[in-house]
Write a protein that binds this ligand. Structure first.
Ligand SMILES: *Cc1c(COP(=O)(O)O)cnc(C)c1O
Length: 446
């Protein structure tokens, strides 16, 4: 088996050559950082083609894909109905910079699925949607401060690239050079799942916080679920202090359930941010919420936000068809069943080789940590076994399984993943855990 792995491992010469070329052209050879494999090592795989649950790299190797473009490819790559919708739209022209009928079709689909959204604005990315939602929340409240949770990602706008300090209610330090301190200082950070700390932050910033933004299930620090009661407490604090609660469902929207995580937890956020799945693989984001808040957006109100390609016909057609396929009976039951089969398969294989692993999933989103105890926040996630993750990732990659190249990312599957695909994936995981377990025993014996 080792020989097989070795030969597969060496069978990516084109990826290597393409990466060397790209490195001279784009920073780190990529157009988005995680793609560079920095945290797992090795050369990123250049993908050439996707179909259903599979990706093929430039060297012709096939992988079962558990990134699905970080979520959007939820009906499977190159779904024929989606391709037809895109082709039909494109044949009529790519973009007009005028209103089009399709935009209302997509808006209806979103509003029907998420009753907390009474009005929305389409944009072209999750980043754009998050920063725009915060601008509106600040305008609505007349306040400047915002609160985010450590380990949550809300796109790369200046005010959101803020790391948490270690104490409670720490004033934000800029998380990236180039972000002015004067911008970062308005971003407060808190530990996810820590109600006591939240209370302290709210009382220290009495009626000063414009908005709290949160990934309702964190997917950008691995998969981290809220503890029971956490959102009830957060919602109460927000209501008490006149703070806008924003659910960033860019990842979870139409992925964990048709109505996003808000439909599962019963909390009605004031605003919601969407992206990823609603574009089905094309650039679409959205922010929306209460009508009184959204009415502030230009031209109905004074808060300016615009986009040349916002709501463009081709991207919107792709989103509409994707959401339509997802609304067919059984879609989320299928996604949940596959996720469950996958993570429970991982868990029992890991147990067989004495490797501590925690697993979780919701709908078509899943996660696992090499740890004994449940991970409740980013601090916990950082303490999990990152070295084992790295080894596991590489072994799986060489065995034709494409997982996210970081322990701090969730996994995603699609309607195209079959029980047999999941079964092969679990078999590969079993081989990987066996090899990890044997190495650990060897080291311990030495
Ligand atoms: C991906 C993501 C974003 C950013 O979306 P982009 O389209 O990459 O700009 C924002 N929030 C969350 C929760 C995300 O997962």
């Amino acid at each position: 088996m080792l020989h097989d792995l070795q030969s597969r491992n060496n069978a990516r010469p084109r990826s290597k050559a393409l990466f060397e070329e790209a490195a001279g052209l784009m920073p780190g050879g990529v157009n988005s950082p995680v793609r560079a494999f920095a945290s797992v090592g090795g050369t990123p795989v250049f993908m050439k083609r996707g179909n259903g649950a599979y990706l093929w790299d430039e060297d012709g190797n096939r992988y079962i894909d558990y990134i699905t473009s970080w979520g959007p490819a939820i009906v499977g790559h190159a779904h024929p109905e989606v391709l037809k919708a895109i082709n039909d739209a494109a044949a009529d022209g790519l973009s007009f910079g005028t209103p089009t009928a399709r935009e209302s079709v997509l808006a209806h689909k979103i509003i029907d699925a998420m009753p907390a959204i009474e009005m929305l604005r389409l944009v072209s990315s999750g980043t754009e949607a998050c920063m725009s939602a915060l601008r509106v929340a600040r305008a609505f409240t007349g306040r400047t401060k915002i609160l985010k949770f450590e380990g949550c990602y809300h796109g790369h706008a200046d005010m959101l690239l803020v790391k948490a300090g270690s104490g409670a209610a720490t004033l934000g330090l800029s998380g990236s050079p180039g972000v002015p301190e004067s911008t970062a200082q308005h971003t407060l950070t808190a530990h996810f799942n820590d109600v006591e700390q939240l209370k302290e932050i709210f009382s220290a910033n009495h009626e000063a916080i414009a908005a709290v933004i949160v990934e309702p299930i964190i997917g950008n620090a691995g998969f981290i679920r809220p503890l029971p009661g956490f959102y009830e407490a957060l919602k109460n604090l927000c209501d008490e202090h006149g703070t806008i609660l924003i659910f960033d469902e860019v990842m979870t929207g139409f992925r964990v359930a048709h109505g996003g995580y808000q439909s599962l937890c019963g909390i009605k956020p004031d605003m919601t941010v969407l992206g990823k799945v609603i574009g089905g693989g094309m650039p679409v984001g959205a922010y929306g919420g209460r009508r009184d808040i959204m009415s502030l957006v230009a031209p109905s109100g004074p808060v300016y936000q615009a986009g040349t390609l916002s709501g463009n016909p081709v991207a919107v057609a792709c989103g509409i068809k994707t959401l339509e396929i997802l609304s067919r009976p059984g879609a989320y039951e299928t996604l949940s069943a596959r996720s469950s089969q996958l993570v429970h398969g991982f868990k029992s294989a890991a147990e067989d080789f004495g490797i501590p692993l925690t697993v979780d999933f919701e709908g078509g989103m899943f996660g696992f940590f090499f740890a004994k105890d449940a991970v409740r926040n980013y601090e916990d996630a950082k303490r999990t076994n990152l070295e084992t993750f790295k080894t596991f990732f590489q072994l799986m990659l060489d065995d034709g399984i494409y997982l996210a190249p970081s322990a701090f990312e969730a996994g995603f599957l699609s309607l195209a993943h079959t029980e047999a695909d999941i079964d092969s994936t679990v078999q590969a995981a079993r081989r990987a855990f066996k090899s990890i377990g044997e190495n650990a025993t060897k080291k311990a014996g030495r």
